[in-house]
Design a protein around this ligand. Structure first.
Ligand SMILES: Cc1cc2nc3c(=O)[nH]c(=O)nc-3n(C[C@H](O)[C@H](O)[C@H](O)COP(=O)(O)OP(=O)(O)OC[C@H]3O[C@@H](n4cnc5c(N)ncnc54)[C@H](O)[C@@H]3O)c2cc1C
Length: 519
Protein backbone atom coordinates (compact mmCIF):
# COMPACT_ATOMS: atom_id res chain seq x y z
CA UNK A 1 0.00 0.00 0.00
CA UNK A 2 2.28 2.70 -1.31
CA UNK A 3 0.60 5.55 -3.18
CA UNK A 4 3.62 6.65 -5.25
CA UNK A 5 4.13 3.04 -6.39
CA UNK A 6 0.44 2.72 -7.28
CA UNK A 7 0.55 5.92 -9.37
CA UNK A 8 3.51 4.75 -11.40
CA UNK A 9 1.83 1.36 -11.94
CA UNK A 10 -1.23 3.14 -13.35
CA UNK A 11 0.84 5.44 -15.58
CA UNK A 12 2.79 2.54 -17.07
CA UNK A 13 -0.25 0.27 -17.58
CA UNK A 14 -0.79 0.83 -21.31
CA UNK A 15 -3.07 -2.19 -21.92
CA UNK A 16 -6.76 -2.10 -21.01
CA UNK A 17 -7.51 -3.30 -17.47
CA UNK A 18 -9.96 -6.22 -17.25
CA UNK A 19 -12.10 -4.28 -14.77
CA UNK A 20 -12.01 -0.70 -13.46
CA UNK A 21 -13.99 -0.18 -10.25
CA UNK A 22 -15.11 3.32 -9.28
CA UNK A 23 -15.64 3.76 -5.52
CA UNK A 24 -13.60 2.52 -2.56
CA UNK A 25 -16.27 1.56 -0.04
CA UNK A 26 -17.16 -1.97 1.10
CA UNK A 27 -18.84 -2.74 -2.23
CA UNK A 28 -16.08 -1.49 -4.54
CA UNK A 29 -13.22 -2.94 -2.51
CA UNK A 30 -15.20 -6.21 -2.27
CA UNK A 31 -15.42 -6.25 -6.09
CA UNK A 32 -11.67 -5.56 -6.38
CA UNK A 33 -10.87 -8.47 -4.04
CA UNK A 34 -13.24 -10.87 -5.77
CA UNK A 35 -12.03 -9.98 -9.29
CA UNK A 36 -8.32 -9.97 -8.41
CA UNK A 37 -8.63 -13.28 -6.54
CA UNK A 38 -10.06 -14.81 -9.75
CA UNK A 39 -6.95 -13.58 -11.56
CA UNK A 40 -8.45 -10.55 -13.36
CA UNK A 41 -6.45 -7.35 -13.79
CA UNK A 42 -8.24 -4.75 -11.64
CA UNK A 43 -7.92 -1.02 -10.99
CA UNK A 44 -9.99 0.71 -8.29
CA UNK A 45 -10.25 4.50 -7.97
CA UNK A 46 -11.62 6.23 -4.86
CA UNK A 47 -12.28 9.97 -4.93
CA UNK A 48 -11.39 10.58 -1.27
CA UNK A 49 -10.16 8.07 1.32
CA UNK A 50 -11.08 4.38 1.33
CA UNK A 51 -14.24 4.16 3.45
CA UNK A 52 -14.88 7.93 3.43
CA UNK A 53 -18.49 7.26 2.32
CA UNK A 54 -21.10 5.19 4.10
CA UNK A 55 -18.79 2.27 4.83
CA UNK A 56 -17.24 4.00 7.89
CA UNK A 57 -20.60 5.32 9.15
CA UNK A 58 -22.63 2.15 9.78
CA UNK A 59 -24.04 0.75 13.04
CA UNK A 60 -21.08 -1.68 12.94
CA UNK A 61 -23.24 -4.83 12.91
CA UNK A 62 -22.57 -7.98 10.92
CA UNK A 63 -26.14 -9.15 10.98
CA UNK A 64 -28.96 -10.98 9.27
CA UNK A 65 -31.32 -8.10 10.02
CA UNK A 66 -34.03 -9.06 12.50
CA UNK A 67 -36.20 -6.31 11.03
CA UNK A 68 -36.23 -7.86 7.56
CA UNK A 69 -37.44 -11.09 9.14
CA UNK A 70 -40.50 -9.22 10.32
CA UNK A 71 -40.96 -7.86 6.78
CA UNK A 72 -41.05 -11.50 5.60
CA UNK A 73 -37.87 -11.22 3.49
CA UNK A 74 -36.51 -14.63 4.58
CA UNK A 75 -34.14 -15.07 1.63
CA UNK A 76 -32.43 -11.74 2.39
CA UNK A 77 -32.08 -12.71 6.06
CA UNK A 78 -30.72 -16.17 5.21
CA UNK A 79 -28.20 -14.75 2.76
CA UNK A 80 -27.02 -12.17 5.30
CA UNK A 81 -26.78 -14.78 8.08
CA UNK A 82 -24.66 -16.94 5.78
CA UNK A 83 -22.38 -13.97 4.99
CA UNK A 84 -22.22 -13.13 8.72
CA UNK A 85 -20.83 -16.62 9.34
CA UNK A 86 -18.27 -16.33 6.52
CA UNK A 87 -17.09 -12.93 7.76
CA UNK A 88 -16.57 -14.26 11.29
CA UNK A 89 -14.50 -17.07 9.81
CA UNK A 90 -12.47 -14.87 7.44
CA UNK A 91 -11.86 -11.87 9.74
CA UNK A 92 -12.01 -13.22 13.33
CA UNK A 93 -9.75 -10.39 14.54
CA UNK A 94 -12.47 -7.85 13.69
CA UNK A 95 -15.83 -9.59 13.94
CA UNK A 96 -17.15 -10.85 17.25
CA UNK A 97 -20.32 -12.18 18.76
CA UNK A 98 -22.55 -9.74 20.65
CA UNK A 99 -25.69 -10.37 22.70
CA UNK A 100 -28.71 -8.12 21.97
CA UNK A 101 -31.54 -7.85 24.47
CA UNK A 102 -34.99 -6.85 23.23
CA UNK A 103 -36.64 -5.37 26.36
CA UNK A 104 -40.25 -6.48 26.98
CA UNK A 105 -42.78 -3.99 28.33
CA UNK A 106 -45.95 -5.82 27.15
CA UNK A 107 -47.15 -9.39 27.87
CA UNK A 108 -47.40 -10.37 24.16
CA UNK A 109 -43.77 -9.46 23.41
CA UNK A 110 -42.29 -12.64 24.97
CA UNK A 111 -44.05 -15.12 22.64
CA UNK A 112 -43.89 -12.72 19.65
CA UNK A 113 -40.18 -11.92 19.77
CA UNK A 114 -39.30 -15.32 21.28
CA UNK A 115 -40.72 -17.20 18.26
CA UNK A 116 -39.35 -14.70 15.72
CA UNK A 117 -35.84 -14.94 17.13
CA UNK A 118 -36.00 -18.76 17.21
CA UNK A 119 -36.70 -18.55 13.46
CA UNK A 120 -33.66 -16.24 13.15
CA UNK A 121 -31.52 -18.92 14.91
CA UNK A 122 -32.92 -21.58 12.58
CA UNK A 123 -32.22 -19.60 9.41
CA UNK A 124 -28.58 -19.21 10.45
CA UNK A 125 -28.19 -23.01 10.37
CA UNK A 126 -24.59 -24.07 10.93
CA UNK A 127 -23.51 -20.40 10.95
CA UNK A 128 -25.41 -19.71 14.19
CA UNK A 129 -23.91 -17.26 16.72
CA UNK A 130 -25.79 -18.63 19.78
CA UNK A 131 -29.33 -19.61 20.76
CA UNK A 132 -31.85 -16.87 21.58
CA UNK A 133 -33.63 -17.10 24.91
CA UNK A 134 -36.53 -15.47 26.77
CA UNK A 135 -35.22 -13.63 29.86
CA UNK A 136 -36.90 -12.99 33.20
CA UNK A 137 -36.93 -9.48 34.65
CA UNK A 138 -34.00 -10.38 36.90
CA UNK A 139 -31.93 -11.82 34.03
CA UNK A 140 -32.67 -8.74 31.90
CA UNK A 141 -31.39 -6.49 34.71
CA UNK A 142 -28.23 -8.58 34.94
CA UNK A 143 -27.52 -8.18 31.22
CA UNK A 144 -28.57 -4.51 31.16
CA UNK A 145 -27.88 -2.89 34.53
CA UNK A 146 -28.85 0.58 33.19
CA UNK A 147 -32.14 -0.36 31.47
CA UNK A 148 -35.25 1.70 32.34
CA UNK A 149 -37.11 -0.45 34.87
CA UNK A 150 -40.52 1.24 34.84
CA UNK A 151 -42.98 -1.20 33.27
CA UNK A 152 -40.21 -3.67 32.33
CA UNK A 153 -41.35 -7.33 32.33
CA UNK A 154 -38.19 -9.01 31.03
CA UNK A 155 -36.48 -9.43 27.67
CA UNK A 156 -35.40 -11.73 24.87
CA UNK A 157 -31.71 -12.18 24.07
CA UNK A 158 -30.32 -13.09 20.63
CA UNK A 159 -26.86 -12.97 19.08
CA UNK A 160 -25.36 -11.16 16.10
CA UNK A 161 -21.95 -9.93 14.96
CA UNK A 162 -20.22 -6.64 15.66
CA UNK A 163 -17.18 -5.15 13.91
CA UNK A 164 -15.16 -2.02 13.20
CA UNK A 165 -16.31 -1.00 9.71
CA UNK A 166 -13.48 1.34 8.61
CA UNK A 167 -10.81 -0.98 10.03
CA UNK A 168 -12.26 -3.96 8.15
CA UNK A 169 -12.31 -1.85 5.00
CA UNK A 170 -8.62 -0.90 5.35
CA UNK A 171 -7.79 -4.59 5.87
CA UNK A 172 -9.86 -5.40 2.75
CA UNK A 173 -7.86 -2.85 0.75
CA UNK A 174 -4.69 -4.66 1.86
CA UNK A 175 -6.29 -7.98 0.87
CA UNK A 176 -7.11 -6.61 -2.59
CA UNK A 177 -3.47 -5.50 -3.04
CA UNK A 178 -2.29 -8.94 -1.91
CA UNK A 179 -4.51 -10.51 -4.57
CA UNK A 180 -2.89 -8.31 -7.24
CA UNK A 181 -5.39 -5.45 -7.57
CA UNK A 182 -4.27 -1.80 -7.92
CA UNK A 183 -6.15 0.68 -5.71
CA UNK A 184 -5.74 4.45 -5.55
CA UNK A 185 -7.27 6.92 -3.08
CA UNK A 186 -7.69 10.71 -3.63
CA UNK A 187 -8.53 9.94 -7.26
CA UNK A 188 -12.00 11.15 -8.33
CA UNK A 189 -13.32 9.78 -11.61
CA UNK A 190 -14.40 12.88 -13.50
CA UNK A 191 -15.59 11.33 -16.80
CA UNK A 192 -16.25 8.05 -18.56
CA UNK A 193 -14.80 7.36 -22.02
CA UNK A 194 -16.62 5.46 -24.78
CA UNK A 195 -15.69 3.44 -27.84
CA UNK A 196 -17.02 4.13 -31.33
CA UNK A 197 -20.23 2.16 -30.53
CA UNK A 198 -20.91 4.32 -27.48
CA UNK A 199 -19.94 1.64 -24.94
CA UNK A 200 -18.11 2.77 -21.83
CA UNK A 201 -14.48 1.67 -22.19
CA UNK A 202 -12.58 3.62 -19.57
CA UNK A 203 -12.36 6.52 -17.17
CA UNK A 204 -10.74 9.91 -16.78
CA UNK A 205 -9.65 10.57 -13.22
CA UNK A 206 -7.49 13.06 -11.37
CA UNK A 207 -4.82 12.72 -8.74
CA UNK A 208 -6.50 15.08 -6.27
CA UNK A 209 -3.14 15.81 -4.60
CA UNK A 210 -1.35 17.12 -7.72
CA UNK A 211 -4.12 17.72 -10.25
CA UNK A 212 -2.48 15.27 -12.69
CA UNK A 213 -4.97 13.75 -15.14
CA UNK A 214 -5.10 9.94 -15.16
CA UNK A 215 -6.64 8.05 -18.07
CA UNK A 216 -7.29 4.32 -18.06
CA UNK A 217 -9.18 1.97 -20.37
CA UNK A 218 -10.96 -1.23 -19.36
CA UNK A 219 -12.95 -4.13 -20.76
CA UNK A 220 -15.68 -3.23 -18.28
CA UNK A 221 -16.26 -0.42 -15.76
CA UNK A 222 -18.04 -1.09 -12.46
CA UNK A 223 -19.81 1.75 -10.69
CA UNK A 224 -19.63 1.10 -6.93
CA UNK A 225 -20.14 4.67 -5.79
CA UNK A 226 -22.90 3.91 -3.26
CA UNK A 227 -25.25 6.83 -2.70
CA UNK A 228 -23.55 8.62 -5.64
CA UNK A 229 -24.27 5.82 -8.14
CA UNK A 230 -26.75 7.83 -10.21
CA UNK A 231 -24.22 10.66 -10.76
CA UNK A 232 -21.87 8.31 -12.61
CA UNK A 233 -24.75 6.61 -14.45
CA UNK A 234 -25.90 10.01 -15.73
CA UNK A 235 -22.42 10.56 -17.19
CA UNK A 236 -22.85 7.36 -19.20
CA UNK A 237 -26.46 8.05 -20.16
CA UNK A 238 -28.00 11.45 -19.52
CA UNK A 239 -31.49 9.87 -19.68
CA UNK A 240 -30.81 7.10 -17.10
CA UNK A 241 -33.68 6.74 -14.60
CA UNK A 242 -32.53 6.97 -10.97
CA UNK A 243 -31.71 3.71 -9.16
CA UNK A 244 -30.95 5.11 -5.72
CA UNK A 245 -33.22 6.51 -3.01
CA UNK A 246 -30.60 7.94 -0.59
CA UNK A 247 -31.57 7.77 3.07
CA UNK A 248 -29.58 9.28 5.94
CA UNK A 249 -29.03 7.54 9.27
CA UNK A 250 -27.25 9.11 12.22
CA UNK A 251 -25.61 7.81 15.40
CA UNK A 252 -24.87 9.45 18.74
CA UNK A 253 -21.89 8.33 20.82
CA UNK A 254 -21.89 8.55 24.61
CA UNK A 255 -19.66 7.55 27.47
CA UNK A 256 -19.65 3.86 28.41
CA UNK A 257 -21.54 4.56 31.67
CA UNK A 258 -24.86 4.74 29.79
CA UNK A 259 -24.53 1.06 28.82
CA UNK A 260 -21.72 -0.36 30.96
CA UNK A 261 -22.12 -4.09 30.24
CA UNK A 262 -21.17 -6.15 27.21
CA UNK A 263 -24.73 -6.55 25.92
CA UNK A 264 -26.59 -4.31 23.46
CA UNK A 265 -30.22 -3.12 23.49
CA UNK A 266 -32.38 -3.61 20.41
CA UNK A 267 -35.74 -1.85 20.22
CA UNK A 268 -37.72 -3.32 17.29
CA UNK A 269 -40.25 -0.50 16.92
CA UNK A 270 -39.51 3.14 17.64
CA UNK A 271 -42.14 5.81 17.10
CA UNK A 272 -40.98 6.25 13.46
CA UNK A 273 -41.23 2.51 12.79
CA UNK A 274 -37.46 1.85 12.76
CA UNK A 275 -35.30 -0.26 15.03
CA UNK A 276 -33.07 1.46 17.56
CA UNK A 277 -29.81 0.02 18.82
CA UNK A 278 -27.77 1.02 21.87
CA UNK A 279 -24.47 -0.83 21.57
CA UNK A 280 -21.22 -1.02 23.52
CA UNK A 281 -18.47 -0.16 20.96
CA UNK A 282 -14.77 0.52 21.58
CA UNK A 283 -15.43 1.41 25.23
CA UNK A 284 -18.29 3.81 24.39
CA UNK A 285 -22.07 3.63 23.87
CA UNK A 286 -23.30 3.92 20.28
CA UNK A 287 -26.97 4.80 19.71
CA UNK A 288 -28.66 4.76 16.29
CA UNK A 289 -30.26 5.21 13.91
CA UNK A 290 -32.64 7.35 11.83
CA UNK A 291 -34.02 7.14 8.30
CA UNK A 292 -34.30 10.49 6.51
CA UNK A 293 -34.49 10.96 2.72
CA UNK A 294 -31.62 13.27 1.63
CA UNK A 295 -29.52 14.45 -1.29
CA UNK A 296 -26.17 12.58 -1.07
CA UNK A 297 -23.17 14.48 0.33
CA UNK A 298 -19.65 13.19 0.95
CA UNK A 299 -19.69 14.65 4.47
CA UNK A 300 -23.34 14.32 5.55
CA UNK A 301 -24.46 16.22 8.64
CA UNK A 302 -27.00 15.13 11.28
CA UNK A 303 -30.11 17.31 11.50
CA UNK A 304 -31.38 18.73 14.80
CA UNK A 305 -34.56 16.67 14.34
CA UNK A 306 -32.55 13.43 14.05
CA UNK A 307 -30.51 14.29 17.15
CA UNK A 308 -33.64 15.11 19.18
CA UNK A 309 -35.33 11.90 18.01
CA UNK A 310 -32.42 9.70 19.14
CA UNK A 311 -32.05 11.54 22.45
CA UNK A 312 -35.73 11.17 23.30
CA UNK A 313 -36.00 7.56 22.08
CA UNK A 314 -32.88 6.38 23.94
CA UNK A 315 -34.11 8.17 27.08
CA UNK A 316 -37.15 5.88 27.13
CA UNK A 317 -34.91 2.81 27.53
CA UNK A 318 -31.93 4.05 29.56
CA UNK A 319 -32.23 4.71 33.28
CA UNK A 320 -29.74 7.61 33.04
CA UNK A 321 -31.23 9.89 30.41
CA UNK A 322 -28.60 11.14 27.93
CA UNK A 323 -28.67 14.85 27.09
CA UNK A 324 -27.06 16.95 24.34
CA UNK A 325 -24.08 17.71 26.56
CA UNK A 326 -23.39 13.97 26.94
CA UNK A 327 -22.92 13.51 23.18
CA UNK A 328 -19.22 12.85 22.51
CA UNK A 329 -19.66 12.47 18.77
CA UNK A 330 -22.47 12.49 16.22
CA UNK A 331 -22.04 11.01 12.76
CA UNK A 332 -24.26 10.61 9.72
CA UNK A 333 -24.17 8.13 6.84
CA UNK A 334 -26.24 7.64 3.71
CA UNK A 335 -27.82 4.32 2.76
CA UNK A 336 -27.61 3.65 -0.96
CA UNK A 337 -31.07 2.06 -1.03
CA UNK A 338 -32.46 0.81 -4.29
CA UNK A 339 -35.49 2.78 -5.45
CA UNK A 340 -38.77 1.01 -4.75
CA UNK A 341 -41.99 1.47 -6.61
CA UNK A 342 -44.99 2.81 -4.78
CA UNK A 343 -43.33 3.54 -1.42
CA UNK A 344 -42.26 6.95 -0.22
CA UNK A 345 -40.87 5.62 3.10
CA UNK A 346 -37.17 4.81 2.79
CA UNK A 347 -37.42 2.61 5.91
CA UNK A 348 -39.76 0.33 3.90
CA UNK A 349 -37.38 -0.05 0.95
CA UNK A 350 -35.68 -3.40 0.39
CA UNK A 351 -32.10 -3.92 1.55
CA UNK A 352 -31.55 -6.36 -1.36
CA UNK A 353 -28.69 -5.54 -3.68
CA UNK A 354 -28.88 -4.93 -7.41
CA UNK A 355 -26.40 -5.43 -10.25
CA UNK A 356 -27.67 -3.15 -13.00
CA UNK A 357 -26.26 -2.92 -16.53
CA UNK A 358 -26.94 0.30 -18.45
CA UNK A 359 -27.23 0.43 -22.25
CA UNK A 360 -23.74 1.93 -22.26
CA UNK A 361 -22.34 -1.24 -20.65
CA UNK A 362 -21.65 0.54 -17.33
CA UNK A 363 -22.33 -1.91 -14.48
CA UNK A 364 -23.70 -0.48 -11.23
CA UNK A 365 -23.71 -2.54 -8.04
CA UNK A 366 -25.66 -0.96 -5.20
CA UNK A 367 -28.05 -1.51 -2.31
CA UNK A 368 -27.38 -4.43 0.02
CA UNK A 369 -25.48 -3.84 3.24
CA UNK A 370 -22.01 -4.11 4.74
CA UNK A 371 -22.68 -7.67 5.88
CA UNK A 372 -23.41 -8.84 2.33
CA UNK A 373 -20.57 -7.02 0.53
CA UNK A 374 -18.86 -10.32 -0.44
CA UNK A 375 -21.98 -11.76 -2.10
CA UNK A 376 -22.66 -8.42 -3.85
CA UNK A 377 -19.10 -8.49 -5.19
CA UNK A 378 -19.38 -12.10 -6.34
CA UNK A 379 -22.65 -11.42 -8.21
CA UNK A 380 -21.20 -8.26 -9.76
CA UNK A 381 -17.96 -9.90 -10.95
CA UNK A 382 -19.97 -12.79 -12.47
CA UNK A 383 -21.90 -10.26 -14.57
CA UNK A 384 -18.84 -8.15 -15.36
CA UNK A 385 -16.85 -11.18 -16.54
CA UNK A 386 -19.70 -12.26 -18.84
CA UNK A 387 -20.19 -8.77 -20.26
CA UNK A 388 -16.45 -8.27 -20.87
CA UNK A 389 -16.02 -11.83 -22.17
CA UNK A 390 -13.28 -12.54 -19.64
CA UNK A 391 -12.20 -16.15 -19.08
CA UNK A 392 -14.80 -17.70 -16.82
CA UNK A 393 -13.43 -18.27 -13.31
CA UNK A 394 -15.35 -18.97 -10.12
CA UNK A 395 -15.29 -16.70 -7.06
CA UNK A 396 -12.98 -17.88 -4.27
CA UNK A 397 -13.72 -15.27 -1.61
CA UNK A 398 -15.97 -17.38 0.62
CA UNK A 399 -12.84 -18.98 2.11
CA UNK A 400 -10.39 -16.11 1.58
CA UNK A 401 -8.94 -14.78 4.86
CA UNK A 402 -8.96 -11.00 5.18
CA UNK A 403 -5.61 -9.27 5.80
CA UNK A 404 -4.90 -9.17 9.55
CA UNK A 405 -6.55 -12.57 10.09
CA UNK A 406 -5.76 -13.73 13.63
CA UNK A 407 -7.59 -16.21 15.83
CA UNK A 408 -6.56 -14.77 19.20
CA UNK A 409 -6.02 -11.07 18.56
CA UNK A 410 -7.27 -10.20 22.11
CA UNK A 411 -3.68 -10.86 23.26
CA UNK A 412 -2.71 -7.55 21.57
CA UNK A 413 -5.02 -5.62 23.96
CA UNK A 414 -5.62 -2.10 22.55
CA UNK A 415 -3.99 -3.14 19.25
CA UNK A 416 -6.30 -6.19 18.81
CA UNK A 417 -8.11 -4.68 15.80
CA UNK A 418 -4.86 -4.84 13.82
CA UNK A 419 -4.77 -8.64 14.14
CA UNK A 420 -1.57 -10.04 12.62
CA UNK A 421 -0.30 -6.47 11.97
CA UNK A 422 -0.18 -5.69 15.72
CA UNK A 423 3.38 -7.09 16.19
CA UNK A 424 4.55 -4.74 13.40
CA UNK A 425 3.23 -1.74 15.33
CA UNK A 426 4.91 -3.03 18.49
CA UNK A 427 8.19 -3.23 16.52
CA UNK A 428 7.86 0.50 15.73
CA UNK A 429 7.60 1.15 19.48
CA UNK A 430 10.61 -1.07 20.17
CA UNK A 431 12.65 0.91 17.65
CA UNK A 432 11.50 4.30 18.99
CA UNK A 433 10.11 4.41 22.54
CA UNK A 434 8.63 7.90 21.97
CA UNK A 435 6.02 6.25 19.72
CA UNK A 436 4.47 4.56 22.77
CA UNK A 437 3.01 7.90 23.86
CA UNK A 438 -0.77 7.99 24.16
CA UNK A 439 -2.35 10.70 22.04
CA UNK A 440 -5.25 11.45 24.42
CA UNK A 441 -5.97 10.24 27.97
CA UNK A 442 -9.58 9.24 27.10
CA UNK A 443 -8.71 7.12 24.05
CA UNK A 444 -6.31 4.16 23.71
CA UNK A 445 -4.43 5.34 20.58
CA UNK A 446 -0.63 5.69 20.53
CA UNK A 447 1.72 7.60 18.22
CA UNK A 448 3.03 4.42 16.56
CA UNK A 449 -0.43 3.83 15.04
CA UNK A 450 -0.16 7.15 13.16
CA UNK A 451 3.22 6.15 11.73
CA UNK A 452 1.75 2.78 10.74
CA UNK A 453 -1.28 4.41 9.09
CA UNK A 454 1.00 6.59 6.92
CA UNK A 455 3.60 3.94 6.08
CA UNK A 456 1.39 0.87 5.64
CA UNK A 457 -2.22 1.99 5.17
CA UNK A 458 -2.11 4.85 2.65
CA UNK A 459 -3.42 7.50 5.09
CA UNK A 460 -2.92 10.91 3.43
CA UNK A 461 -4.66 13.41 5.71
CA UNK A 462 -5.18 14.02 9.42
CA UNK A 463 -8.83 13.11 8.87
CA UNK A 464 -7.87 9.76 7.28
CA UNK A 465 -5.94 8.96 10.47
CA UNK A 466 -8.33 10.31 13.11
CA UNK A 467 -11.60 9.22 11.46
CA UNK A 468 -10.85 5.88 9.81
CA UNK A 469 -7.38 4.41 10.67
CA UNK A 470 -8.09 5.27 14.34
CA UNK A 471 -11.74 5.86 15.22
CA UNK A 472 -11.14 8.91 17.42
CA UNK A 473 -13.42 11.31 15.52
CA UNK A 474 -16.30 8.83 15.68
CA UNK A 475 -15.80 8.14 19.38
CA UNK A 476 -15.05 11.57 20.81
CA UNK A 477 -14.83 14.58 18.49
CA UNK A 478 -13.35 16.95 21.07
CA UNK A 479 -10.64 14.46 22.03
CA UNK A 480 -9.89 13.96 18.31
CA UNK A 481 -9.44 17.73 17.90
CA UNK A 482 -7.00 17.76 20.83
CA UNK A 483 -5.05 14.89 19.20
CA UNK A 484 -4.83 16.63 15.82
CA UNK A 485 -1.70 18.81 16.47
CA UNK A 486 0.34 15.77 17.58
CA UNK A 487 -0.96 13.72 14.63
CA UNK A 488 -0.11 16.46 12.12
CA UNK A 489 3.46 16.66 13.50
CA UNK A 490 4.00 12.90 13.12
CA UNK A 491 2.50 12.88 9.61
CA UNK A 492 4.55 15.89 8.49
CA UNK A 493 7.71 14.12 9.68
CA UNK A 494 6.76 11.01 7.69
CA UNK A 495 5.91 12.98 4.51
CA UNK A 496 8.72 15.55 4.90
CA UNK A 497 5.98 18.22 4.73
CA UNK A 498 6.38 21.82 5.92
CA UNK A 499 4.43 24.40 7.93
CA UNK A 500 2.03 25.31 5.12
CA UNK A 501 0.90 21.67 4.80
CA UNK A 502 0.49 21.39 8.58
CA UNK A 503 -1.70 24.48 8.90
CA UNK A 504 -3.82 23.48 5.90
CA UNK A 505 -4.33 20.00 7.33
CA UNK A 506 -5.24 21.29 10.79
CA UNK A 507 -7.75 23.77 9.39
CA UNK A 508 -9.32 21.10 7.16
CA UNK A 509 -9.66 18.70 10.08
CA UNK A 510 -11.17 21.35 12.36
CA UNK A 511 -13.80 22.13 9.71
CA UNK A 512 -14.78 18.46 9.38
CA UNK A 513 -14.71 17.79 13.13
CA UNK A 514 -17.24 20.61 13.64
CA UNK A 515 -19.85 18.31 12.02
CA UNK A 516 -19.26 15.64 14.67
CA UNK A 517 -19.98 17.93 17.63
CA UNK A 518 -23.25 19.34 18.94
CA UNK A 519 -23.04 23.08 19.48
C1 LIG B 1 -26.71 4.71 9.28
C2 LIG B 1 -26.35 3.44 8.62
C3 LIG B 1 -26.16 2.29 9.37
C4 LIG B 1 -25.82 1.10 8.74
N1 LIG B 1 -25.58 0.01 9.51
C5 LIG B 1 -25.24 -1.16 8.93
C6 LIG B 1 -24.91 -2.27 9.74
O1 LIG B 1 -24.86 -2.20 10.96
N2 LIG B 1 -24.61 -3.43 9.11
C7 LIG B 1 -24.62 -3.55 7.75
O2 LIG B 1 -24.38 -4.65 7.26
N3 LIG B 1 -24.88 -2.48 6.96
C8 LIG B 1 -25.17 -1.29 7.51
N4 LIG B 1 -25.41 -0.20 6.74
C9 LIG B 1 -25.30 -0.31 5.28
C10 LIG B 1 -23.84 -0.22 4.81
O3 LIG B 1 -23.09 0.67 5.58
C11 LIG B 1 -23.80 0.19 3.35
O4 LIG B 1 -24.67 -0.62 2.61
C12 LIG B 1 -22.40 0.07 2.75
O5 LIG B 1 -21.44 0.70 3.56
C13 LIG B 1 -22.38 0.71 1.37
O6 LIG B 1 -21.09 0.58 0.85
P1 LIG B 1 -20.76 1.15 -0.60
O7 LIG B 1 -19.36 0.76 -0.90
O8 LIG B 1 -21.80 0.70 -1.55
O9 LIG B 1 -20.90 2.73 -0.46
P2 LIG B 1 -19.85 3.77 0.15
O10 LIG B 1 -19.20 3.25 1.36
O11 LIG B 1 -20.54 5.07 0.27
O12 LIG B 1 -18.72 3.85 -0.95
C14 LIG B 1 -18.88 4.56 -2.17
C15 LIG B 1 -17.57 5.27 -2.44
O13 LIG B 1 -17.57 5.80 -3.76
C16 LIG B 1 -16.77 6.96 -3.74
N5 LIG B 1 -17.09 7.75 -4.95
C17 LIG B 1 -18.24 8.39 -5.24
N6 LIG B 1 -18.13 9.00 -6.43
C18 LIG B 1 -16.87 8.75 -6.90
C19 LIG B 1 -16.16 9.13 -8.08
N7 LIG B 1 -16.71 9.90 -9.03
N8 LIG B 1 -14.87 8.71 -8.23
C20 LIG B 1 -14.29 7.91 -7.29
N9 LIG B 1 -14.94 7.55 -6.15
C21 LIG B 1 -16.21 7.95 -5.96
C22 LIG B 1 -17.16 7.64 -2.43
O14 LIG B 1 -16.19 8.58 -2.02
C23 LIG B 1 -17.31 6.44 -1.50
O15 LIG B 1 -16.14 6.20 -0.75
C24 LIG B 1 -25.71 1.04 7.33
C25 LIG B 1 -25.89 2.20 6.57
C26 LIG B 1 -26.19 3.40 7.21
C27 LIG B 1 -26.33 4.64 6.41
Amino acid sequence: MNRAGVLSRIRSHSAAWDIIVVGGGATGVGVAIDAAARGYDVLLLEQSDFGKGTSSRSTKLVHGGVRYLEQGNLSLVMEALHERGLLLRNAPHLVHNLGFVVPRYDWWEAPFYGIGLKLYDLLAGKYGFGASQILSLEQTREYLPTIELEGLRGGVIYFDGQFDDARLLINMVATAFEQGATLLNCAPVTALTRDTHGYVNGVVAADAETGEELRATAKVVVNATGAFSDNLRLQADAAAAPLIAPSQGIHLVFDRRFLPGTTAIMVPHTSDGRVMFAIPWHGHTLVGTTDTPVVPALEPVATEQEVDFLLSTSSRYLATKPTRSDVLSVFAGIRPLVHGEGSTETSALSRDHVVHIDKSGLITVCGGKWTTYRKMAEDCVNQAATLAQLNERASVTDHLPIHGFHNSAEQFADLAVYGSDAPEILKLVEADASLAVRLHPDLPYIAAEVVWAVRAEMARTVEDVLARRLRALFLNARAALKMAPAVVEIMAREFGAGEAWKSRELAAFEAIAANYQLH
